[in-house]
Ligand binder design. Structure first.
Ligand SMILES: NC(=O)c1ccc[n+]([C@@H]2O[C@H](COP(=O)([O-])OP(=O)(O)OC[C@H]3O[C@@H](n4cnc5c(N)ncnc54)[C@H](O)[C@@H]3O)[C@@H](O)[C@H]2O)c1
Length: 440
């Protein structure tokens, strides 16, 4: 390792380095606060003016970052947010946490990574380490970022600047695992790139695992999320199988989980949401298509999971039909709009599709979510309605989509209306069983 690399590592160890976080969202803001809390001077780079303003006023918009913690970092002058990309040259380390969604045709959209790389190219200097954290297809760091940062021949990777990939593993609202105690995988373009990136993350993360290449690190993340997509797809398919066999899928999964080896419990549900599990497997299958290989299992799992909202809407229609009621004009209450429990994130949430499908059949659909006060989706603007006996009494069917802890399930238990419980929250141990229809 050369003096530049050693110098950087020593500045990390002494907490003297300046850290830049590009993209202050669900991933970037918690990371920025973690580094600031560790004593580093941190600059957050954003394109959203409102987020820059909120951060600099110490007002958090991410559930996992309490405002008082953010305010303390900003107040101490250790964290500031900016729209000024010219300042990228000031920082010693740059962690990139920008979105990697799918475009309209369902293919990877790496335009955010490209635009950030272009901004870094304009200010890059010797002695900087750049780490891509956004989930992406294997090869992005080496094939897309490296040429843009080094093609002018001014700086050499692994000698003058350092480039690595380190997947983000944040699990929003996870009560046990946060940034510090979730092991971090790092893969660099060169050995020096690995060592410098390892030294950076070792300042805020207990365990850092170095893999042999940026591609291995990129693929690690895709495997983690595709593993979930495939196993959730199996659980979803099992719920349809059980429904057709008249067997309780939750009982079957609970029983199978009693096996102390060789089985891992996954549960069915209304469909996947968020920007990770429904999206990331497509990054893998797209990349493999460019190499003329079809990832059949990966794609099939995505298909099965994507069909679940429609299956849920059909089950709700069945429940209405059992009462002799048409969907058209029926009062349908959707409980939960966020894509998962105890988060306000509605991105790609199955609730959005279920609401749209039932409204599309003429149902009067309202929703209740204590964490999501309003919803705007495909031209529909909805406000969360408070849960009340009156509301439940006038609902022809109630569909539980998100099992937030803050929902009053006793009120639901007492209402006596048909309930489609896609999360089995009503049947969970310790809660008296009710005649709630469940998915599967
Ligand atoms: N949210 C999660 O649970 C999670 C978990 C693991 C991995 N990831 C991955 O992390 C990445 C970021 O996800 P997220 O959930 O934080 O997204 P997000 O949308 O919450 O945040 C991304 C932020 O980047 C900003 N941004 C966009 N373009 C920018 C640019 N050119 N320069 C600077 N900022 C820009 C946006 O304004 C936004 O604030 C994605 O690749 C995602 O797949 C997310």
């Amino acid at each position: 390792m050369n003096a530049l690399a050693e110098g950087l590592i020593s500045r990390f160890e002494k907490r003297e380095a300046q850290v830049g976080i590009v993209g202050l969202g669900y991933v970037g803001l918690p990371l920025a606060v973690e580094f600031a809390d560790e004593g580093f001077s941190v600059i957050g780079f954003e394109v959203s003016e409102s987020k820059v303003k909120s951060v600099n006023q110490g007002r958090s918009y991410v559930g996992d970052v309490p405002s008082d913690r953010l305010a303390a970092c900003v107040g101490a002058g250790r964290l500031e947010a900016t729209l000024d990309y010219g300042r990228l040259g000031e920082v010693d380390a740059i962690c990139i946490c920008v979105p990697t969604p799918l475009n309209k045709t369902g293919d990877p959209d790496v335009s955010y990574i490209i635009s950030v790389t272009e901004s870094i190219r304009k200010t890059i200097r010797a002695g900087q380490v750049i780490v891509l954290e956004s989930t992406t297809y294997p090869g992005t760091t080496r094939e897309l970022m490296l040429p843009a940062l080094s093609d002018d021949g001014r700086l050499e990777v692994g000698e003058d600047f350092f480039l690595a990939f380190s997947p983000e593993r944040v699990d929003p609202s996870n009560p046990v695992y946060g940034i510090r105690n979730t092991p971090k995988v790092v893969g660099g373009i060169s050995e020096a790139c690995c060592e410098v990136a390892r030294a950076l993350y070792s300042t805020v993360i207990e365990k850092v695992i170095v893999v042999g290449s940026t591609e291995a690190a990129e693929l690690t993340k895709l495997l983690e999320n595709t593993f979930r997509s495939v196993n959730i797809a199996l659980a979803n398919e099992m719920s349809i199988v059980c429904d057709k066999l008249g067997v309780d899928v939750w009982e079957v999964i609970e029983a199978a989980s009693s096996k102390p080896f060789g089985f891992m419990k996954f549960t069915p549900g209304p469909g996947l949401g968020g920007h990770c599990i429904p999206v990331d497997p497509h990054y893998l299958s797209w990349k493999m298509k460019t190499l003329d290989y079809k990832t059949r299992l990966v794609e099939l799992a995505s298909e099965i999971n994507a069909e679940m909202p429609r299956y849920v809407a059909e089950k709700a229609a069945d429940l209405l039909n059992a009462q002799g009621k048409p969907v058209k004009g029926a009062m349908v209450l959707v409980v939960g709009a966020a894509y998962k429990r105890d988060t306000a994130d509605t991105r790609e949430s199955p609730a959005l599709d279920i609401i749209q499908l039932l409204a599309g059949k003429g149902a009067q659909v309202s929703y209740h979510d204590p964490l999501v006060p309003s919803l705007a989706h495909e031209g529909q603007d909805l406000e969360s309605v408070p849960l009340s006996e009156a509301l439940l009494a006038e609902s022809d069917v109630i569909v539980i989509v998100t099992d937030h802890s803050a929902i009053d399930y006793n009120l639901l238990r007492r209402c006596g209306q048909p309930i489609l419980d896609t999360r089995n929250v009503m049947g969970r141990k310790g809660s008296p069983a009710v005649a709630a229809a469940r998915v599967g």
